[in-house]
Structures are given as C-alpha cells and as structure tokens.
Design a protein around this ligand. Structure first.
Ligand code: ADE
Ligand code: ZN
Length: 334
C-alpha cells in the first residue's frame, strides 16, 4: 500500500497509448447503439464475452482484429472527444502528468470519417485536459503498416493543416509488425523530416519483430524513440547504441503479457536496460484491452521487480527526459 501511494505520486508521463485502445465496453456498446452501428455477427455482444476475448489474445494480430472492428463505433467529433476525455480523466486519477497519445486516422478514413472529425474531437479533449486537469498533451499520428506507404503519404497530406497548426506533434508507425518492416515507410518518414522537421518521429519496433526492426527504424526512418523495443535485448550492439544515443523505449508491460510477447512481466529485460543505461518509460498501450491503465502497469512492474525508491525515481526521470516537451516543462514535471 505504501508503494502504491508512492507510485501514484511519482511524476508519470505516458508515451505509448493508442486513444482507440482506450475504448472499452462501457463506451463501445453505447456508441454502437447511439450511432446505429451493427457490429459483425461474430463480435461479442456482452461485456462478459468481450472480457473473455480480452483475456485470451493469441498474439498481436488477434488483438488487432478486434481493435479495428471496435473502433468502427466512433463516428462523430463528439465520439472522439468523449473517448479521449474519458482516458484523460482516468489517467489523471492515476497520477499522470503528461500524455503523448497515438491515434490511427487510417482506421477511420477508410470508414468515411474525415481527418477533421477525428482531430477536432481529440484536440478538444487535449485542450480540456490541459486546462482542467493540468496534464500536458501531445497527439502523435500513427500510420498503419499493413497499408501501403502511398496510403501513408496521402494520410500525411490530409494531416498537414494540423501539423502546421501544431495540433499534431509526432508521426508513429503501428499495426501488424512482422510482415511490414520499417523500410517500407522510408518515404513517409523522409517527407516528414524534410517538411516538418519539428515533429517527433517514432515507430513501433521490436514488439514481435526482431532487433533488426529497431536498427532499421533508427537508421532508415531516423526515429528518436522506439515503441516497445522489447526484442532489443537480443542484440548487445543495439543495446549499446540505444544507451549511447539515449533513445527512449516506450515499454508496455501489461500489453506485452496479454499479447504474449513475454510469458511473464518478470521476463521483461528491465534490469538489463537499467544496467546498460537504456532509458525507457512505462506505458499502457491499449489499456481498455489489456486490463490496466498507467498506474496498473507501474504496479505490475513493481510486483515482479520490487524496485527501490531511487530506481523508481530514475525510471520517472528518464520518462520526463524522454518526453517531447520544452525544458521548462521538464523541470516542472520533475
Ligand atoms: N496498435 C495498437 N496497439 C498496438 C500494438 N501494441 N502494436 C502494434 N500496433 C498497435
Ligand atoms: Zn502500441
């Protein structure tokens, strides 16, 4: 209980949460009804059935199949706003101070929802979180790697006005990893580097893919952060490079357990990263699907690793340092 209070108070930053991954049954079913969405015949119809699915994912793809159908209930600007606002209030109750949140516009564009609807709804929730909860926020647009790079470039074009206004602060890459290696998206990342050099570049890598996916994300996409990065531990030279460059990994412990990236949270290479000086943060990924928000993920790590207070302070400090905010805000967060 003492450690619970300490971890609650610790200045936590989240760098890896998909807003669509915060859509749980309590909002999914009412939205389906409100928007007259007929869910597929094989989609769970009760909270219990949905929970059973959540507890039995075979792998990343098995989760993604449910995730893309689930987000199909999001139609209006208000829906996107409500989703993000519910996340911010939960995260705030968990003691979160700063949130860098992913979203997947292609999962909405292909259903005929406009970029404007998605971004306006999320932005409204971000503004409200800053004003009413004191949380700083950043939106990071992710490209779906199972779609062609051409689609990614078109999506970047649609998002231009929002990058220019400073409403979107980053570019990420997510979805099915192994069949779609980083090099497929070189052009998308090069475009961003050339036309929007102020934007944070990140990519999911080394969740199911091997260390070469991390190398290629760093070398070919020029990302400054790696999302997941668990498989970095299989390559000592990569560990050295991550430490030297102080590239932060956004670790998602409960996600890794639920998607069977590891058999046990205790198997995550956290001690090795700390020993080698590789910075990482602790994150919830898709909290509605994986059974826990940010504090639950901290507690799950504490349960397996039993870190002392200085170690936790170091982890929190690395999270603040790796955040995409100005120095003044970092000083405030620490
Ligand atoms: N989309 C949402 N969550 C994801 C994850 N953990 N890996 C890849 N794509 C995702
Ligand atoms: Zn993710």
């Amino acid at each position: 209980p003492e450690m619970h209070a300490f971890l609650h108070e610790l200045p936590k930053c989240e760098h890896h949460v998909h807003l669509e991954g915060t859509l749980g049954p309590e909002l999914l079913f009412p939205l389906a009804k409100r928007n007259n969405i007929e869910l597929p015949k094989d989609f769970p119809t009760t909270v219990e059935e949905l929970q059973y699915k959540y507890d039995n994912f075979k792998d990343l793809q098995d989760f993604l199949d449910l995730y893309y159908v689930g987000m199909g209930v999001l139609i209006t600007e208000e829906d996107f706003y409500e989703l993000a606002w519910a996340y911010f209030t939960k995260a705030h109750a968990d003691g979160l101070h700063h949130a860098e949140t992913f979203f997947d516009p292609q999962g909405h564009l292909e259903r005929g929802i406009s970029m404007e609807t998605v971004v306006n709804g999320f932005k409204k929730a971000c503004d409200q979180a800053e004003k009413e909860l004191g949380i700083t926020t950043k939106l990071i647009m992710c490209l779906l790697r199972h779609l062609p790079a051409k689609d990614g470039l078109d999506t970047i074009q649609l998002a231009k006005p929002y990058y220019q206004k400073g409403w979107i602060h980053g570019l990420g890459l997510d979805s099915s990893e192994k069949p779609f290696p980083p090099e497929l998206f070189e052009e998308c990342y090069a475009h961003m580097a050339e036309h929007h050099p102020e934007v944070l570049l990140t990519a999911h890598a080394g969740e199911e893919g091997g260390p070469e996916f991390i190398h290629k994300s760093l070398d070919l996409l020029n990302v400054t952060r790696i999302d997941h990065g668990v498989n970095s531990i299989k390559d000592p030279l990569l560990i050295k490079k991550l430490a030297e460059q102080q590239t932060m990994l956004s670790l998602c412990p409960m996600s890794n357990l639920k998607l069977r990236v590891v058999e046990d949270i205790g198997d995550l290479p956290i001690r090795e990263w700390i020993a080698a000086g590789v910075p990482f943060s602790i994150n919830s990924d898709d909290p509605a699907y994986f059974g826990g928000y940010i504090l639950d993920n901290y507690l799950a790590v504490q349960d397996k690793f039993g870190f002392d207070i200085p170690t936790w302070k170091l982890i929190a400090q690395n999270g603040v340092n790796g955040s995409f905010v100005a120095k003044a805000r970092k000083d405030e967060l620490l």
